[in-house]
Ligand binder design. Structure first.
Ligand SMILES: Cc1ncc(COP(=O)(O)O)c(C=O)c1O
Length: 386
């Protein structure tokens, strides 16, 4: 391997949300942090070199991008997912969640309904509720340790609530599903039939495992909003750059108007540099990283089978976030969270932050050096092992 993902980099004292804010967030200070979805790896060295060049230049005036930025973006999504688009289709925003909120405001009215598939990444609830829209849930079916979509309920809820917008999480955080083309086609058909606009959050699209294949919703339907960012793929969340792809002119216009209303115009200089550099130079790094993460997943599976037989790991098809079912212990969520925090000394994401159907679960982020992961698993085994 050319890149060293084993190196442990101490992130304490860098104002890292993951490592430096336990006390502010009501947790003890001495936890091993495996929660929020960023990785404990540095960005690709090629990206760091481009950032250093920009920093050395020293002038940080307003920055825009030229055709070469769009060329690498178009190549990345074209080559990997067969999704083609043009420069004019791209709306740049500081983050994906920012774009989700824009879409809610731009494409629905106050009091209208937006549907989501739960349990799901918690800001999905916030961008709907805090913009005074109605949250309609289409709970995923959890059966024999695996998740699937309840299409009948999806359509029924859309009709019953006159749903206008669907925010899809693809691949899905936290349950780790990579939706098949057939599943997405079914969703697409239902949405078309009932004139529901789809916003597809595909921020985790570069992390799919084994035989699973990510299908970009934009390949199935042009009238959608595809939210992408290099932030998960290359660990650049703190640099705030996202690319929202909207091929439909009217939808794009509405989104742009809402962006203007927010008063936001140019992205940060360094975010743009990092984004372009990552999509230009990050391919090899990403290939090696994915092998490393897949090995982390295998190790976690083996460890759980041997040392934590009562914990069920939902088969991770995508994302570096694993969804662990502790329901066999019979704890309430509060008790489970307390055991994880106070006895195992871990900072994980308790299942119910993703919705009530996350009861009995914990989400663990395994995008870290293997020694850190092993430490975390051993802590779990001490408390929850047989
Ligand atoms: C599904 C999903 N969307 C969006 C985000 C956050 O993206 P951003 O930081 O660009 O708002 C995350 C981060 O965990 C996520 O899992």
């Amino acid at each position: 391997m050319g890149y060293n993902f084993d190196e442990v980099i101490d992130r304490h004292g860098t104002n890292s949300l993951k490592w430096d804010f336990a006390v502010e967030r009501g947790k003890p200070e001495d936890l091993l942090s495996m929660w929020v979805a960023d990785m404990d790896f540095p960005a690709p060295c090629e990206v760091l070199a481009d950032l250093q060049k920009a920093v050395s230049h020293g002038v940080f005036g307003y920055t825009e991008v030229k055709q070469d930025y769009y060329d690498v973006l178009i190549a990345w999504f074209g080559e990997r997912f067969g999704f083609s688009f043009n420069r004019r289709d791209v709306v740049k925003t500081p983050s994906v969640v920012f774009a989700l909120a824009l879409a809610v405001r731009a494409l629905t009215e106050i009091g209208e309904s937006v549907i989501i598939q739960t349990p799901v990444y918690y800001p999905f609830y916030e961008v709907i509720k805090d913009n005074n829209r109605i949250i309609v849930t289409n709970p995923l079916i959890y059966k024999n340790g695996a998740y699937s979509i309840d299409f009948e309920d999806f359509e029924k809820k859309i009709i019953a609530n006159n749903v206008k917008l669907f925010i899809l999480c693809s691949p899905h955080n936290p349950v780790g599903r990579v939706w098949t083309r057939e599943e997405l086609e079914k969703l697409s058909l239902i949405c078309k039939t009932h004139q529901v606009i789809v916003v597809s959050d595909e921020i985790h699209c570069d992390f799919v495992w084994g035989e699973n294949k990510h299908t970009c919703f934009g390949v199935l339907d042009e009238n959608v909003i595809i939210a992408t960012a290099p932030s998960k793929t290359f660990n650049l969340a703190g640099l705030q750059a996202a690319n929202i792809i909207v091929k439909n002119t009217e939808l794009r216009h509405k989104l742009k108007v809402e962006l203007n209303k927010s008063g936001y115009s140019q992205l940060g200089t360094l975010g743009l540099v990092a984004c372009q550099s990552a999509y230009t130079n990050g391919n090899e790094w990403l290939s090696e990283l994915k092998i490393y993460i897949e090995e982390n997943i295998s190790l976690t599976k083996k460890f759980i089978t041997s040392h934590l037989p009562k914990v069920k790991l939902v088969e991770p098809q995508g994302t570096y976030l694993l969804w662990l079912d502790f329901s066999a212990y019979g704890f309430s969520q509060k008790e489970l969270d307390e055991h994880v925090t106070n006895s195992a000394k871990l900072w994980l994401d308790g299942g119910t932050i993703f919705g009530t159907d996350g009861e009995g679960f914990q989400r663990i982020n395994i995008a870290c050096p293997r020694s850190v992961l092993l430490d975390a698993l051993k802590r779990l085994a001490k408390v929850f092992g047989e």
